[in-house]
Design a binder for this molecule. Structure first.
Ligand code: AMP
Ligand code: ZN
Ligand code: FE
Ligand code: FE
Length: 284
């Protein structure tokens, strides 16, 4: 365990953001620069299904004196509904963890193809080779934002938001749920890699009873602070976390241009929470 450093009381850490390695618009170093420029002292990069961002981020964060905790976000399934799992403080080199990331990425390729087929039927012609965001040539993880960006580039829609609204959003005409892995498997893989598993943005799921059932999976914590959720919602999830003796995390879900209305640092955790979550795999 790291000794908790004696640092400023205004310590803030954003534990949820995405880079060009998945569907964010800023490269890992640019996210770190932005974090420092807005006064954050800690960060966890939680790209979808990949830890590729850490390759360049480790030395850069050290150089710039930013506390960086390992992170990832997986899209999973519970009772046939989508649930996102955030992983923290796992070992970046764990073999089972890395092969799980690979399996998640492969699943996405299959799902992307099915979405492209549905679009094709509506005379929207996008090739797999065209799936990149305007600000990146290649990401480890490809998903709906990359399909949306191709639709914008080819003039089928005016914006990424419109592509989601008309075609790609949950349960719209070209939506494909895919066959995500169960929540329990992601949680177990994270534990095996020495990490902790958190349920992401719980307010986004169907209802509180559903979340309570999801929380019967051995999670370590709940993402209580998220983007611009209202104080009431934050209070509700903090209460659930306290009752179940779970950790409380928080972050903005920053994506850059892909979600221009979300700012880095919009939600954050304090120093004691940060060091309670990142006990083993913290980059300092
Ligand atoms: P996927 O991982 O392929 O299911 O795509 C989900 C991702 O799409 C989310 O993490 C967001 O980055 C992005 N997304 C979801 N809804 C929207 C939306 N309405 N507008 C823009 N981006 C969105
Ligand atoms: Zn995303
Ligand atoms: Fe998410
Ligand atoms: Fe996210």
């Amino acid at each position: 365990m790291h000794p908790i450093p004696d640092i400023a009381s205004d310590f803030r850490a954003d534990l949820h953001c995405h880079t060009t390695c998945s569907d964010g618009s800023l490269e890992p170093r640019a996210v770190i620069d932005l974090a420092l420029s807005i006064g954050l002292q800690g960060l966890s990069i939680t790209d979808h299904d990949t830890v590729a961002a850490y390759e360049e981020s480790i030395s850069y964060a050290r150089e710039k004196k930013l506390y960086l905790g390992t992170g990832v976000e997986f899209s999973c399934n519970f009772e046939a509904r989508s649930v996102h799992v955030l992983g923290y403080d796992f070992c970046l080199e764990d073999f089972s963890f890395l092969s799980y990331c690979k399996r998640q990425q492969e699943k996405r390729l299959v799902r992307n193809r099915l979405i492209l087929e549905k679009l094709h039927r509506l005379k929207i012609f996008i090739e797999e080779s065209e799936l990149f965001l305007s600000f990146q040539e290649q990401a480890s993880t490809l998903g709906r934002p990359h399909i949306a960006a191709a639709m914008v580039r080819k003039g089928y829609v005016k914006s990424i938001a419109e592509a989601f609204q008309l075609y790609l959003g949950d349960h719209k005409s070209c939506y494909v749920a895919g066959e995500p892995f169960p929540v329990l498997e992601a949680v177990e893989i994270l534990h095996q890699a020495g990490g902790k598993a958190f349920i992401a943005h719980p307010h986004m799921y169907a209802d509180a009873a559903f979340v309570r059932r999801v929380l019967d999976v051995p999670f370590d914590g709940i993402e209580c602070y998220y983007g611009k959720t209202s104080p009431d919602v934050v209070r509700r999830w903090k209460k659930v976390a306290e009752k179940r003796n779970l950790l409380m995390s928080g972050g903005s879900d920053f994506h850059g241009e892909a979600k221009p209305y979300v700012s880095l640092g919009g939600a954050w955790v304090s120093q004691d929470v940060f060091f309670r979550i990142f006990e083993k795999n913290l980059i300092v």
